[in-house]
Design a binder for this molecule. Sequence first.
Ligand code: C2E
Ligand code: CA
Ligand code: CA
Length: 947
Amino acid sequence: MMSTAEYLEDPAQAAERALALLRRESGLSAAAIWGASGATWQKLAGFGAAEGLPSAELLVGGRLPGPDGGALALRMADKALGWLVWRGRAPASLADIAALLAGHLHCAALREEHSAARRVNETMLEISLLAGEGASLERLLPRLHRLMSRLMDVGNFSIALYGDDGATLHFPFYVDRRDPAPPSPQAMLPLDDGHAALAAWLLRGGKPMVLSGERIVELCRQEGMPQPAALPAFWMGAPLANAAGGFIGAVTLHTYEDQPALTSSEQLLFMFAARHVGFALDRVLYRGRLERQVWLRTSELEGANARLRAEVASRKRTEKFQNALFRIAELSNSSLSLEAFLSGLHRLLSEMVSARNCLVALYDKVNDRITFPYCADEYVEALHPRKPGKGYIEQVLHSGRPLLVDPYSQLAAPDEEGGVRPQSWLGVPLYCDHELLGVLAVQSYDGEASYNFRDQEVLEFVANNIGAALARVRALESLQQAYAELEQRVRERTSELDAVNAQLEFDSLHDPLTKLPNRNYFAKALRRAWDGYLAGSGDRFALLFIDLDRFKLVNDTLGHLAGDHLLFEAGARIRSCLRHYDFLARLGGDEFAVLMFGMDGTEDCELIARRIVSEFERPVILAGREVFSTASVGVVLADRDHYHKADELLRDADHAMYCTKQQGRQGYTLFSHQLRIDQADQLALESELRRALEEDSQLLPYYQPFIEAATGRLTGFETLVRWQHPQRGLISPALFLPMAEESGLITRLDRYMLNAACAQLQAWRAEGRVGENIALHINLSSANFHDPDLVGWIGERIAHYQLPPSMLHLEITESALIDQPDTAATVMQALHELGVKLALDDFGTGYSALSYLHRYRFDVLKIDQSFVFDLDRKEESVAIVRAILALAKALDLDVVAEGVETAAQLAMLREMGCGKLQGFYFAAPAPARGIDWERLARFERDIPCAA
Ligand code: C2E
Ligand code: CA
Ligand code: CA
């Protein structure tokens, strides 16, 4: 019998074995066993004339094999699993064998069912897993198709899905053995394509659908749908639903007539699988949608994010620019120099762009030059001003537009200075009020920083905002420079002024020639000494007034250089006589003064005064000549009993010196009480002279005649003043003329005398006492040369008294010529033109005598009485007189010898050929009415005899 293990056999084997058993045990002529295979029947085994036996379909339909046979349904739990049909006599064991066979078939069916179910489950699981894999629809659908093919023949298979709009259908997967072209995914309208139309129609119905070929034809006609290009014999479709029950598309399967039709279990399986495919696709689609949504959302968010970032960046940039603007403003306000401003700007710029190398170029329109007020560069130390060339800077200046040069730029690199060529260069123009000032540029030598348009924007922004600041700082700087220059000049000027002031102060207190203190300084020192003496804090002191005798003569004869030398030497000599604490000053001209401290008595003063005087006895060598310049000294001892003011001391010392002069110079005079009285007297005399000049009675002209030496004839008179003082009696000119000179009254006195003399001459002429050959000499002080009206006035007087001008001889002393040589020349020329004669008085007393004779036009020369006086005593005087006479002869001058007192003098002068003579020998000066005309006439007779 059959073991249980045999149940596991193949149904066909089991059927064979069952028939073999039956053959053995009975006389059956034929038998067959049918097994259910899905919805159909399959002959599992048979023998004999089995073909004559009815098939399973017939048996099911109720047909029996006939009377000589039988048929038995093989059942298990009322389920027909097969048929046993036979012909012949059935053995007794048939029922058992049939039951065994039924059990066998049942097992096989179960086994078949189980494996099919397992396959389906596995497939469904894989479909679900497929959905979970996350693959895209395109990759998923072929795999889905492969999985489906495990379950059934899916040679013609399609999946239709709704588009996102939920209305159109498309076919992401379509296979067809006859019509490989899938329905167009674009043309998703149901009417476009037969298959698409069927799928759409299916979805409209919302139910799985199985159609035969005829039904399709009928349906298409009914619905007005296109037929599929190749008409299937069988068409089946199921909607694809999602978990919520909504349709997402459809899955279809069809076969053509040459293919086996699908069994009903396959159809059921298809519908079952469709549900899984629906869920799986829904998941995938959902995920796709989700992903799309996520992607969309993400990109939306990313967009928003980018927008925000851009906004933030732009805000930051605005902030940065704003900040830069503030800092530029701050910089321009706080920078004192252009350099400080520009380096600050560079720092600021570095925070915004890569600006390791930065330069500012300014264009100087006036000089057509480019200057570089700022240059920070890795390779270039400094840029010097230059004429515009062909550089990048020039290109910016020329175009007035930014210039960006990078390694990829087509711009030909110009020859920039420095040799190293930048990899990237960015320059923008600097404007101020539309005026192009220059260029702001940054450059990079390595590839690290390559400038772009953002950098250009930054640079332009900065450039736009520094133009005004630059102009302002530049103006400020030039202002500062101007200030600095001004300050420097003020400093220089101040120090110059200080030096000048110091010099001035020194100058104001010192004599430039001898470098000794001057009158000013002396006055101060004197006052201080006096105050100290009065207060008891200082020593008693003496004041010496020193005047060089005949200094003016030296000065004029030997020149100013010699004069200066003499003064210098004089200062040194005086100094040598003093103690170091004595104060020596040059008061002016040839006047010196000394303050000698610690003087208690007159002896000390006199000692020093004597020393000084003797110091000047040595000659001074000037211009190779030995010159004797003696000194006249006046001494005053400070005395609080007699003086109130320091000035009084100086006045008295001066007076004492003057007394020395009057006493014949070269010596000293100690100011005494008597001198003070005399001085007071002088002051009284001055006012008295003033009064005397206003009346005619006091000042009297005396006349002293001139006698011609050869003939004894009267040739003229000299007018000499005498003062008939009401109290003092007759005063000689020696006593009041110095006072008249000093007080300036002398000019009035001279006019007075000249007028009186002219009147007298007119009178004499009227009386017939004198002819035109008589000369009337009048002394004229040098002070008159200052009087511009003098010549006019004299001319007027001459006219007034109707005198021939040549009768008047004006006597002038050398001192007049020394004091004002030019004025003297002018006045003398004018007098000469007037027709009056000029006589040089006291000739021979000065060194310059000879030069005067050449320089001025004199008519007469008067030999000083000192020579005449010595004539019979000193050989030297004879020589001098001879020389003078020779000179006068050569110059064609008349000569008058003064002071002829003796016959010997007369004889000598006559012998020497002197023209005219004057002196007591002939007559003393006498008033007009006192002239002894008789006596004068006698000389004419006597003198030749005397010779
Ligand atoms: P002086 O021009 O040289 O005048 C000659 C002086 O010699 C006069 O002195 C005269 O009296 C004096 N004298 C004449 N003969 C002899 C003589 O033989 N022996 C001596 N020892 N002396 C004699 P006087 O009149 O005292 O005048 C002195 C000086 O005063 C004059 O010197 C003259 O320079 C000046 N003087 C006189 N009258 C005037 C005047 O009206 N105006 C001006 N500016 N000066 C005058
Ligand atoms: Ca005279
Ligand atoms: Ca004289």
